[in-house]
Write a protein that binds this ligand. Sequence first.
Ligand SMILES: COc1cccc([C@H]2O[C@H](CC(=O)N[C@@H](CC(=O)O)C(=O)O)C(=O)N(CC(C)(C)C)c3ccc(Cl)cc32)c1OC
Length: 348
Amino acid sequence: QKLIANNERKKRCYDFLDKTSRSFSAVIQELDDELRDAICLFYLVLRGLDTIEDDMTLDLDRKCELLRSFDKIIFQRGWNFKENGPNEKDRHLLVDFQIVIEEFLELPKKFQDVIADITNQMGNGMADYASGDHRENTAVATIKDFDLYCHYVAGLVGWGLSDLFAASGLEDPSIAKDKRLSDSMGMFLQKTNIIRDYREDLDDGRQFWPKEIWGKYTDDFAGLVKPENAKTAQAVLSAMVLNVLEHIPDVLTYLKSLKNQSVFNFCAIPQVMAIATLALVFNNQDVYHRNVKIRKGTAVKLIMASTNMDNVVAIFREYIHVLSTKNDAADPNFINISIAVGKAEQWI
Ligand SMILES: COc1cccc([C@H]2O[C@H](CC(=O)N[C@@H](CC(=O)O)C(=O)O)C(=O)N(CC(C)(C)C)c3ccc(Cl)cc32)c1OC
C-alpha cells in the first residue's frame, strides 16, 4: 500500500512538471536515473519559490518571510500554501506542495543538501531585492544590480545543477568548481528572457533593463514603445544584446566540458534556444510591442540538433552570423557588437 502511495506521489510531481513547462519537462524526464528525480524536484522547489516572488497580492513582509524560510519549509511535511492570488499560474503547485516535500525528503541527503543550500541563497537574494530600494518600481539601476539580480534568480540555478551533476557521479566534480561558468549558464538564459519579455514585464509594472544601459539614450524607459523613438529604441536594444553576448564563451566552455549525454542534452537545449532568441530580438522592435518567440518548427529542429558539441557550435556560429548581418552601421553600438561577435566567433 505504501509503495502505491509513493508511486502515486512521484507521478503527481511529474504531472506538476508537465504543467509548469511541457517542453522542458520532457528533457528532464530523459535524464539518467541517478539525476532525474533530483532535478525534477529541484525544478519544482525553484518553481515554488518563483511563484511566491511573482505573487503581487502578498504583502512585502509576508513575502520576505516565506522567501527567507523556504529552505526550511521544504523539510516541513504537510506544508502547503493557499494565500496565493487566484491568478497565479502555478498556484496548484503550492496548494499541494506537501506532495513535493514528501518526495524531496525521499531524495538522497547529498541532493537534499544542494537543493536546500541554493534555496537558502536564492530566497534571501530575492527577499533582499524585493525589500531593497527597488521597492517602488522594481527598476534595476546599475549593470551591477542587473548582474546580481540575474545571479540570484538564474546563476544560482547553474551553481546548484553543477553541484547535482557532480554529486550524481555522472559528471566530473570539476564541473562545479568554476562558479563563473555555471553562473553564465543562468545569466545567458535569464538576460535573454529579460530582453524578450520587455513588453510583458512593462505591462505587469516590472522593469529589469538596467538604467545604466538605457539611461545613456533616454530618460523615458516606457517611451521606447513610441514610433518616434525608434532610433533610440534600436540603440537601447543593441546595448542590451551586447551585454548578453559577453556570456557566450563561458556557455560554450561549460557545454564542452560535459561527458554524460543526457546531461548534455538537458544543458544544451535551453542555451541553443536562447542564442536563437537573441538573434531574433536583435534589431527587432517587435520586442517593444509583443513577446517575440522563435517559430515552433525552428525550435523542434534546434532541439533535435542539440545532442553533440559540433552541432551546438555550428548553431551558435549560424546565429552569431545572423546577428552580425543585422548589425546596423548607423547604430551607436555597431562597433562594440562587431567586437563581441568577433570574440564569440574566435572561441568557436
Ligand atoms: C547549468 O544550468 C542549466 C542547465 C540546464 C537548464 C537550465 C535552466 O533551463 C530552463 C529552460 C526552461 O525552463 N525553458 C522554458 C522556456 C522559457 O522559459 O522561455 C521552457 O522550455 O518552458 C530555464 O530557463 N530555467 C530558468 C532560469 C533561466 C531562471 C534558471 C531553469 C530553471 C530550473 C532548472 Cl533546474 C534549470 C533551468 C540551467 O539553468 C541555468
